[in-house]
Design a protein around this ligand. Structure first.
Ligand code: IYR
Length: 222
């Protein structure tokens, strides 16, 4: 029986092995130069760039193509201040009792603390919300693989920001429900990630980290 939903042809240019190797290597190298940055410049970034990176994120695959996400995009200084204050309040409590000693020790090399000035300094904040269900005319419609879908979209977003020439940070103040309140989001939207976006500060630094080599992170089965 033929599927009643339409299908359209899909092609990609067939590349040579050399071209494949060149493409995969240059993309790997570009992505490997990405770092999570906490020191932002306040230099403005055009809105068009933010629109494009968000549309890149929204090109991610999702369960049953439900696209279970909302991107809240904030440049307004008062809103950024409110978000910073609420995030720092939660983070203060996390760093002073809610996080285990082991967790705090694991964070030492990253040098984080409860203060989050980047939430006001970065020209843009993108807050990703996940939608466990859609609300259509007051009726709940379940979405599928929501955490996986928004996780993949976040990966696309981070990649797009990096490839545009900007920096970001996957910030997860915990708990994050203050974002739903401040941004006045409906009940079916849960804050997932908060990403400041901008240029790095001139004197920005990052931890001297190395990534695990291929042999350690992969197993090839012959
Ligand atoms: N959310 C806190 C703590 C934190 C947790 C992990 I895991 C990190 O990799 C980094 C930070 C904060 O943003 O400071």
């Amino acid at each position: 029986m033929q599927n009643e939903h339409p299908f359209i042809p899909y092609h990609r240019p067939v590349l040579t092995e050399e071209e494949l190797c060149e493409n995969s290597k240059s993309f790997y190298e570009a992505m490997d130069s990405r770092r999570s940055v906490r020191d932002f410049s306040d230099k403005p970034v055009p809105r068009k760039v933010i629109e494009d990176v968000v549309m890149t994120a929204a090109s991610a695959p999702s369960g049953a193509h439900k696209q279970p996400w909302t991107f809240c995009i904030i440049a307004n200084p008062e809103l950024k201040k409110k978000i910073r204050e609420a995030a720092e309040e939660e983070e203060y409590r996390s760093y002073h009792g809610r996080m285990s000693e082991e967790w705090l020790t694991d964070l030492k090399p990253i040098g984080t603390d409860w203060k989050k000035p980047f939430l006001e300094i970065a020209p843009w904040l993108i807050v990703m919300f996940k939608k466990p269900y859609d609300l259509i005319e007051g009726k709940k419609h379940k979405n599928y693989y929501v955490a996986e879908s928004v996780g993949i979209a976040a990966g696309f977003l981070i990649s797009a920001i990096h490839q545009a020439g900007l920096v970001t940070l996957t910030h997860t103040p915990s708990p994050m429900n203050f974002l739903q309140k401040i941004l006045e989001r409906p009940a079916n939207e849960k804050a997932f990630l908060l990403l400041p976006v901008g240029y790095p500060a001139d004197d920005a630094t990052v931890p001297d980290f190395e990534r695990k080599p291929l042999e350690e992170i992969s197993v090839f089965y012959k």
